[in-house]
Design a protein around this ligand. Structure first.
Ligand code: ATP
Length: 250
């Protein structure tokens, strides 16, 4: 039986000093065991939505439950269960990858042999073993993305949020990251992620939301979105829903 891991009703977010809602009247349920993709043009509200789901920012109004709990009363419990891979690197440039990950892992309560084994295991898995004692400031963009990813999953969360985990990386890094996400998903992690890479979303996601102007325009599998819009590809479906206008004003 499937159960709701995310339950959102009528969610709104207006940033302080802003005149408009970055997320508005958004309702959504996500089942445990879903690989969920959030697609949308620049400024659509993807980061704002995922930041509220992770508890990084507070909604202006609306219901938001993670594992049937609200952040207002269960923030600590929720944060123990989730992993967050933000768009910006959450790493210390003058520390090595190994030092960064040992430090960040310890923040989740990992320590001793288990912490070292996990850090070494994931660095090896993501092709960083030979560079682990080099400072992050010497890393390429793709290498930093992979360390950023490890930092979010060291405590092996059951629910993982990622904001554009493959942005700005070369094809080699992208393939390693995509393969790793598939492994996590197959091991039972529920994954919610944003991306502008439609082929990647189509390959990975069992459910996709297309959002624009802060709200959901369409929801379904890739095939369902194509059928809903009468289009042959996900790209055509995306453009049919969000239009072809540039979003340079956001
Ligand atoms: N801290 C903030 N203060 C005020 N407005 C903000 C803030 N962060 C985002 N916004 C605005 O909220 C809207 C949604 O932004 P958001 O970053 O969530 O979009 P996005 O879909 O993630 O875009 P992108 O694809 O460019 O990352 C935009 O109009 C943006 O300018």
């Amino acid at each position: 039986m499937q159960d709701k891991i995310i339950d959102i009703e009528c969610l709104y977010k207006k940033y302080e000093g802003s005149e408009f809602f970055s997320v508005k009247d958004l309702s959504l349920c996500i089942d445990r065991g879903t690989f969920f993709g959030i697609l949308g043009p620049n400024g659509a509200g993807k980061t704002t939505l995922i930041s509220m789901l992770c508890g990084l920012i507070k909604p202006t109004s609306g219901k938001l439950l993670v594992n049937e709990m609200p952040y207002s009363t269960h923030a600590y419990t929720i944060k123990q269960q989730i992993g967050v891979v933000p768009q910006e690197y959450a790493l210390y440039p003058t520390l090595t990858a190994y030092e960064n990950l040992c430090f960040l892992g310890s923040m989740y309560g990992l320590k001793g042999k288990i912490l070292k084994e996990r850090v070494n295991h994931y660095l090896d898995y993501l092709g960083l073993e030979a560079f682990k004692h080099k400072k992050i400031e010497t890393y390429s963009g793709g290498m930093k993305r992979r360390v950023n990813l490890i930092a979010g999953i060291l405590h092996e969360p059951s629910l993982l949020f990622l904001d554009e985990p493959t942005v700005g990386v070369d094809l080699q890094s992208r393939l390693v990251i995509v393969d790793f996400l598939k492994q996590l998903y197959q091991k039972g992690t529920t994954i919610i992620y944003t991306s502008h890479h439609l082929a990647e979303v189509e390959e990975l996601c069992t459910q996709i939301a297309i959002i624009d102007r802060g709200t959901i325009y369409a929801l379904g599998t890739s095939e369902e979105l194509k059928i809903q819009t009468g289009k042959e590809t996900l790209e055509q479906a995306f453009l049919a829903l969000t239009g072809t206008n540039l979003r340079d004003d956001v």
